[in-house]
Design a protein around this ligand. Sequence first.
Ligand SMILES: Cc1ncc(COP(=O)(O)O)c(C=O)c1O
Length: 406
Amino acid sequence: MNKKPIRTNSILEDVRYEIRGELAHRAHEMERQGYEIISLNIGNPGLFGYRTPETMRLAMIENLGQSEAYCHQKGIFPAREAVVMQQQDRGVMDVSADHVFMGNGVSECIDLVLRALLNSGDEILLPSPDYPLWSASVSLNHGTPVYYGCRPDRGFLPDPDEIQALVTPRTRGIVLINPNNPTGAVYPRELLAALVAIAEENQLIVFADEIYDQMLFDGVEHVPLATLVHDTLCATFNGLSKIYRACGYRVGWVSFNGDREHAADYLHAVELLASLRLCANVPGQWAVQTALGGHQSIAQLTAPGGRLYQSRQAIIDGVEASDFLELQRPEGAMYAFPKVNADHFPDFDDQAFALELLEKQHVLIAPGSSFNVPYRDHFRLTTLPDNRTIAAVFERMEHVLESFTA
Ligand SMILES: Cc1ncc(COP(=O)(O)O)c(C=O)c1O
């Protein structure tokens, strides 16, 4: 019989997730050959010795016996109620447990909210650089990503005038990632207010991805978008993966506030999709109430002397000591997005650099172009490794960059 290769869904031609793509495959292959690779490509705290707070683990263990059945499609009540209380603490008073959906990570919530919304050709405004799952989910759900720049020369902040000019009759929503992955930028209140005004005027849904909301440095303020949005729908995303270092629990959520009156059909559509996947992982949801209540240990990690603070400082120092690198200091999240100075390398190519760094120095980074930017002179590192590892990484990068000048 003349067998043909299995055809894939053609929509995947527009979908990329290079953070776990070819470079990561090559790194894995090298590890299998016995090389020790320093992998800085993924923000996965558990891989770098960060532990989930023990009380969260206990909350899950204590409730395992109650985790055997499917739960409500929106999630278990105590978890949703804990999200409501956290929102109230932040001044968001118009959310109840009915307006919170638990998912298998923020990742699943992103897919649900876009799938419920988009018709072919509908546009979503996305930051460039973006967290590439957002672009992929828009494309997979037949939408069109339209990028607004968060350019290095503006401190990676978006420009409201540019965003206003990108709005068309097909624009359905705007995604804001704050604190930002990959740049570490944290958006000031006035800027957020200007962006909300544009969203409200054009009835765009505000998708606020705030999964790094408490990973903040040097006293910078994080303003939850839900506190600013009143006249349009706001969807806030958060979860256990980063602040609570529990990526593997696969727990995230989306909560809706603002103008829900005009969103009844949409919220029904989200609920229908949530019902179709039955429910999110139940054991992990039991950790939510414990995570969100009381003292939050992330504050120690990000304060001077704390491990996240110190490793971010090590990256800042590494860039300062380099002859070839520049950096906009990250104010939040757990990434840095350095630039390679074009004076030394007019034809610099981030992919070629990342490959050389992997092959010759056994360090895996994410090239900037994986984040849907038009330039090729940036790359992303996670700030999660310890200081000694970070210092070693900068030494090795310097070797590769020096060899590029030769
Ligand atoms: C900005 C942003 N949003 C969402 C996610 C997905 O998180 P989760 O583990 O909750 O699916 C990530 C993960 O890195 C992220 O950086």
